[in-house]
Ligand binder design. Structure first.
Ligand code: NAD
Length: 249
């Protein structure tokens, strides 16, 4: 059975990694999918890959002015929105001793402020009964060295999901988070790692899990489908943890 037949779904950062795998799975399940991202070339490639008349919208979540326009474009094309996956994010690592103010602002503007205003600007365009899923991370409540700011932005997102659920319950809008562990996506390559360094990252990151490997984006997309669909209709303000046992290792 197709779980999102004729539903309208928006996936921010849907031109890469976890977001792209999710957009593809949603389209296979019958959704009309709109993806957003910062890069026109990868958006165009992704839209073709997703199929089912998907659309791509250029939009930077750290520039709040254009977020509302992005939702207006979606509803002009497809009608009001049933599923919103707030997935766009950046991974910026650095210790408390070394992290710069510029890095701090970039991480928080995209991963925290961008998430808050994406949901706020979506509100007039969401159908009652919609499902909103925010992307957090397994590290959000761990103490992993070198990722304090990233982890804090992802903890903030969980906090938002709980309060948003309370505020939006009268519209039957559910807000939940999905927390992936290490997933093999282009996020690993964004600071120019060589193939040798990538292999070392894979081995290290896989070793932080009980299962002994990184996840593939498609394994995480299955979780987004669960949270987006009526399969999770009794879940509000909750966390779906897909981390290969990282938190309990
Ligand atoms: P990715 O780099 O492949 O994808 C990130 C997406 O976010 C891209 O589509 C990018 O265009 C978009 N994006 C980044 N900055 C943006 C901005 N300012 N405006 C609009 N879009 C922007 O990485 P991914 O691994 O697929 O990450 C997706 C989400 O999952 C992120 O929120 C990330 O923090 C989270 N996550 C990833 C992992 C992992 O190990 N890969 C683990 C836990 C959580």
């Amino acid at each position: 059975m197709r779980k999102l037949e004729n539903k309208v779904a928006v996936v921010t950062g849907g031109n890469s990694g976890i977001g792209l795998a999710t957009a593809i799975l949603f389209a296979e399940n019958g959704a009309k999918v709109a993806i957003t991202g910062c890069d026109q070339r990868t958006l165009d490639i992704a839209v073709k890959e997703i199929g089912n008349d998907a659309i791509g919208i250029i939009s930077d979540v750290s520039d709040i002015k254009n977020i509302e326009a992005q939702f207006r474009k979606v509803t002009d094309s497809f009608g009001k929105i049933d599923v919103l996956v707030v997935n766009a994010g950046v991974y910026i690592a650095g210790t408390v001793a070394d992290f710069t103010e510029e890095q701090f602002d970039q991480a928080t503007d995209i991963n925290f402020k961008g998430v808050f205003f994406t949901v706020q600007k979506a509100l007039p365009y969401l159908n009652n009964g919609a499902s909103v899923v925010l992307t957090s991370s397994s590290v959000s409540n761990m103490g992993v060295a070198g990722v304090s700011v990233y982890s804090a932005t992802k903890a903030a997102v969980y906090s938002l999901a709980k309060a948003f659920s309370s505020e939006l319950a009268d519209r039957n809008i559910r807000v939940n988070i999905l927390s992936p562990g290490p997933v093999e996506t282009p996020i690993m390559k964004r600071d120019g790692a060589t193939e040798e360094q990538l292999e070392a990252i894979r081995a290290f990151a896989g070793g932080t899990t009980l299962i002994g490997r990184m996840a593939q984006p498609e394994e995480i997309a299955e979780g987004f489908l669960y949270l987006a669909s009526d399969d999770s209709k009794y879940m509000l303000g909750g966390e779906l943890l897909l981390d290969g046992g990282m938190r309990i290792k």
